[in-house]
Design a binder for this molecule. Structure first.
Ligand code: MN
Length: 315
């Protein structure tokens, strides 16, 4: 498989000099990894790159930010949006006037760029950048490039377990490990370095789980009080939905996160039923077939009723 638009993008990279990069708001593992990997790929072609983002919020991904420049003083020849399904979700917004390059793997990507490299078949934007590096025959990529790509693939596939994990994905991971060696340390750094409070909130999520729609849906919630009491920010809830997946017989699992006047939903499917349409029916909805997010206007109780009403007829 070749990446559509790969040659056009290489021409842009060769022709231009200075690149400003951004990913989606509240970057996850794939977003930080893509920022790091793309920066290092551009540098291997002798280009300059800087990143829009708040390194202080990278936390378990902070090892990926060490080689990045956050000095966003222009002018820039091109702007690269990574892992971002729509223009409105680009952290900091796209630089006005700059040539806009959209590199992503979200199926609902609306092709907002001057050049769009969108591959929903790939597990992650990191895997897409890995493919580009191969097609471009990039040379002298540092170890950190491999580390970044592996991290992005690993986190977006739930440790190579979700349905977006293809044999090609595992082939990429395998090739990367010939450079990186043992992945155990990386795994520990990302998954086993949570603060006690972040582990505790996961415990609360698990202890509150309940079933709906004949056990096909698993729901749980986090209140604003929880967040205050444990001193957590929304970033601390990344991955908190994952434990709900373990319930046998369920197809969809949803974590409801209370906000002021609204509830943010993390919506996941085990891989049989697409949840993207449900997310899109709500505010700020978007994502992939089997992992999406959206905002419900109302209380936790109202959100739960609305979720059950929607899925009752469809499951
Ligand atoms: Mn991604």
């Amino acid at each position: 498989m070749t990446i559509r638009g790969s040659k056009e993008l290489l021409n842009v990279v060769l022709e231009k000099k200075r690149f400003l990069l951004s990913a989606h708001e509240r970057p996850d593992g794939d977003a930080w990894s893509s920022l790091a990997a793309m920066t290092l790929l551009l540098k291997s072609f002798g280009k300059e790159a800087a990143v829009i983002g708040n390194a202080a919020r990278a936390r378990e991904y902070s090892f990926l930010t060490e080689q990045l420049s956050f000095d966003t003083m222009g002018p820039w020849d091109a702007f690269i949006a990574l892992d971002c399904g729509s223009k409105s979700r680009i952290a900091g917004g796209a630089a006005p006037g700059a040539y806009l390059i959209n590199i992503d793997h979200h199926a609902d990507n609306d092709r907002y760029g001057d050049l769009n490299i969108v591959e929903p078949r790939l597990s992650s934007t990191a895997e897409l950048i890995w493919r580009l590096s191969g097609e471009w025959k990039a040379e002298n990529l540092p170890r950190d490039f491999y580390l970044a790509v592996y991290t992005g693939i690993m986190t977006d596939t739930g440790n190579f377990s979700y349905s977006n994990t293809s044999s090609e994905t595992l082939k990429a991971a395998s090739d990367i490990l010939t450079v990186l060696g043992d992945p155990a340390e990386l795994h520990t750094r990302i998954y086993h370095t949570l603060s006690p409070e972040r582990v505790l909130i996961r415990g609360r999520v698990m202890s509150r789980l309940r079933l709906h729609c004949r056990g096909r849906i698993v729901l749980s919630h986090v209140t604003r009080e929880d967040m205050e009491e444990l001193g957590l920010t929304p970033d601390d809830l990344e991955g908190a939905v994952d434990g709900l997946r373990s319930v046998g017989g369920s197809e969809i699992y949803i974590l409801m996160k209370e906000k002021e006047g609204a509830v943010r939903l993390s919506i996941r499917s085990k891989g049989k039923i697409s949840v993207n349409g449900f997310a899109a029916s709500l505010d700020e909805g978007g994502g992939h077939d089997f992992a999406a997010g959206a905002t419900f206007r109302g209380t936790l109780e109202e959100a739960e009723k609305a979720i059950v009403a929607y899925w009752e007829e469809r499951l």
